[in-house]
Design a binder for this molecule. Structure first.
Ligand code: SF4
Length: 328
């Protein structure tokens, strides 16, 4: 009964304290899907202007499905992880063709770019399916509440968090319980210096009652080491157009339109380079080259300079163009 009471206190607190966020205004699965996809890379506060701009350009899923890839990328600019925007676009086309928005986790997982987190968030928040949603906030709250510092990034740890969250959800309204746990993690149960005195579930929290060191809960995931890459993009301009190429070999920006050129994995950073850029665990040292002899090369797409941001809105490429004496 402890869990039932805990979930009750938590959802009560959530109803009274939840932040006013634009995607919480209704239960529109399309809007929830867009917001949850954006929220995977940054905070709610930072997402708001991007979300509003995107919804203004594509108010419905049909608008998104009918847009060109360039328009979608342009409206995603600034959020990074452009493969997510491409997948949203493809999935919108599939859903529009099917004629209905999938409601179940299993169906949602079949859409491009929809992983367990997003599938569960949509199923729970838009359709009240009784499934727990696990994100960094959930892991932190549950880890502290139970005094559990297992390896949450491994399969067995992940399973513990998922099953525990599924159980919490069974004691209340799915959309509320999930959002309440995430909201608690984003407010009182912050990574450092949590405000335990104000917490609605402090009565049964192990971390608080046993005075555990909150910083150790959850356990820290070992950091992945950086890879050093040298990227030598070639800026080739012809009659006001720039050559782009779909990236099939470099591990960063995979599948995206970038400048043609070569990339090499290195043990040490080069002595000279034009600029550096980091994408996830890739530290990229860029050496820009001008090359007017690419014209006959296969697989190139020629794009007017002003339209380059539509095709590759990533700052890594914009910087290379500036370095090559061009601006778009
Ligand atoms: S009592 Fe403190 S540590 Fe426990 S869940 Fe609440 S804020 Fe987190």
């Amino acid at each position: 009964m402890i869990l039932k009471a805990t979930v009750g206190h938590l959802t009560h607190w959530y109803r009274d304290n939840k932040r006013d966020l634009p995607w919480r205004e209704g239960k529109n699965p399309y809007q929830i899907w867009i917001s949850e996809t954006m929220l995977q890379q940054t905070t709610s506060r930072a997402v708001i202007p991007f979300y509003q701009r995107f919804l203004k350009s594509f108010p419905t899923i049909q608008d998104l499905a009918q847009a060109s890839e360039g328009q979608v990328l342009e409206n995603w600019a600034g959020l990074g992880y452009y493969s997510r925007a491409r997948n949203l676009h493809k999935a919108a086309q599939i859903i529009t063709e099917q004629g209905h928005f999938p409601k179940d986790v299993k169906e949602l997982l079949e859409l491009p770019g929809v992983g367990p987190y997003t599938a569960r968030a949509i199923a729970s928040i838009a359709f009240e399916k009784p499934v727990g949603v696990v994100d960094g906030n959930t892991i932190r709250v549950l880890s502290r509440f139970y005094g559990w510092n297992g390896e949450w990034w491994k399969t067995s740890g992940r399973q513990w968090v998922q099953e525990t969250m599924d159980e919490w959800v069974s004691w209340g309204k799915s959309s509320e319980v999930n959002q309440a746990v995430m909201e608690l993690g984003a407010s009182h149960c912050s990574p450092s210096n949590p405000s335990c005195l104000l917490c609605p579930i402090k009565k049964n929290c192990q971390a608080k009652n046993k005075n555990l060191n909150k910083d150790s809960y959850p356990k820290k995931k070992p950091k992945r080491s950086f890879e050093i890459w040298i990227w030598q993009p070639e800026v080739c301009q012809h009659q006001g157009q720039i050559a782009l190429m779909k990236n099939a070999t470099l591990p960063f920006l995979k599948g995206q339109w970038i400048l043609p050129g070569t990339g090499t994995l290195k043990k040490q950073k080069p002595k000279s380079y034009d600029y550096t850029h980091s994408i996830t665990h890739h530290k990229i040292y860029v050496q820009v080259k001008k090359n007017q002899n690419l014209r006959a090369q296969k697989g190139l797409k020629w794009v007017p300079i002003k339209e380059v941001p539509r095709w590759c809105p990533v700052s890594l490429v914009q910087k290379a163009l500036r370095q090559g004496g061009l601006s778009c």
